[in-house]
Ligand binder design. Structure first.
Ligand SMILES: [Mn+2]
Length: 289
């Protein structure tokens, strides 16, 4: 496991400061006191071109630095990701370089998606079967140096299951998270945040059936999530789904918080065929009742 960053990190005297580095712990409360403005990006799935266009549309400064990027957010803003950086799309290593670089610089936060966790399992040789979308990511990573794969494994493994931000007013979790589990570090909270509330059944397309947590959500914190592709960003109670299926030829979407403004970039191509058409939002809403 790559531990390089530990050696070079200066020791800070301020109490609790060490916790504020993403990856220092999986504590979902490590950034609870972080105020300011966030730009929260939905499931990227290796769609680097769209991510760069999205950053440009939000006035982030982006410079290429070798194989990576130096990204400068507009003053007072922090980028955040709902997870699923990898799988399916054309340029997972580039996406990882960008996010890892920003996390290291303290300009981006990220929570783990189920596909990110799956990639860690695969890279460690622990996955039972590898999907077609993940094979694509693995082929891309095979062209990278071993130390980059090690750094990716380490970075993704250390991602928190969810994050509480803005003094508890904002929660970011890949598949969302009910109020009782927000701020909890338990295995249950992590499993729900990464995979959703699975019933154990499969639908007609062979995809797992999930319980509709958002329809019942009455929590005070705004929960920003992804995981289930929808045609356009979907608000439901105090939750919002930002997975607009970029890898499937949809859009890459960000929520600007606290403004609650959406920014979307259309996918340049259908990178991966969807297993089922995205349901129109109205239908999805009715199905959740
Ligand atoms: Mn997902």
């Amino acid at each position: 496991m790559a531990r390089r960053e530990k050696k070079s990190r200066p020791v800070k005297k301020r109490k609790g400061a060490a916790r504020r580095k993403l990856g220092a712990s999986r504590d979902p409360l490590a950034f609870r006191a972080k105020r300011g403005s966030f730009d929260i990006v939905g499931d990227v799935h290796g769609c680097l071109d769209e991510l760069l266009a999205l950053l440009e549309a939000m006035n982030y400064g982006v410079e290429r630095a070798g194989k990576g990027f130096t990204v400068t957010p507009p003053r007072g803003r922090t980028l955040a990701f709902v997870g699923d950086l990898v799988d399916r799309g054309p340029a997972a290593p580039g996406v990882l370089r960008l996010v890892m670089g920003m996390a290291q610089a303290g300009t981006a936060l990220c929570v783990a998606g189920n596909r990110d966790a799956e990639l860690v399992r695969v890279l460690r040789g622990g996955a039972a079967r590898v999907t077609r979308g993940m094979t694509r990511t693995l082929n891309q990573l095979a062209k990278e140096p071993e130390r980059f794969r090690a750094a990716v494994t380490d970075f993704l493994h250390r991602l928190p299951g969810h994050l509480v931000l803005d003094e508890g007013r904002l929660v970011i979790a890949h598949a969302g998270l009910k109020e009782e589990l927000q701020g909890r570090s338990s295995a249950e909270a992590r499993a729900l945040a990464l995979h959703g509330d699975l019933t154990g059944e499969k639908d007609a397309q062979g995809l797992p059936v999930r319980r509709a947590w958002a329809a019942k959500y009455r929590g005070k914190a705004l929960v920003v999530h992804g995981h289930t592709p929808v045609r356009e960003a979907m608000w439901l109670n105090n939750t919002v789904n930002l997975d607009t299926g970029c890898a499937y030829g949809g859009y890459l979407t960000a929520l600007r918080y606290p403004e609650r403004k959406m920014v979307s970039i259309p996918a340049k191509a259908v990178y991966y065929p969807p297993r089922r058409p995205f349901p129109p939002n109205e239908k999805l809403r009715q199905a959740r009742k």
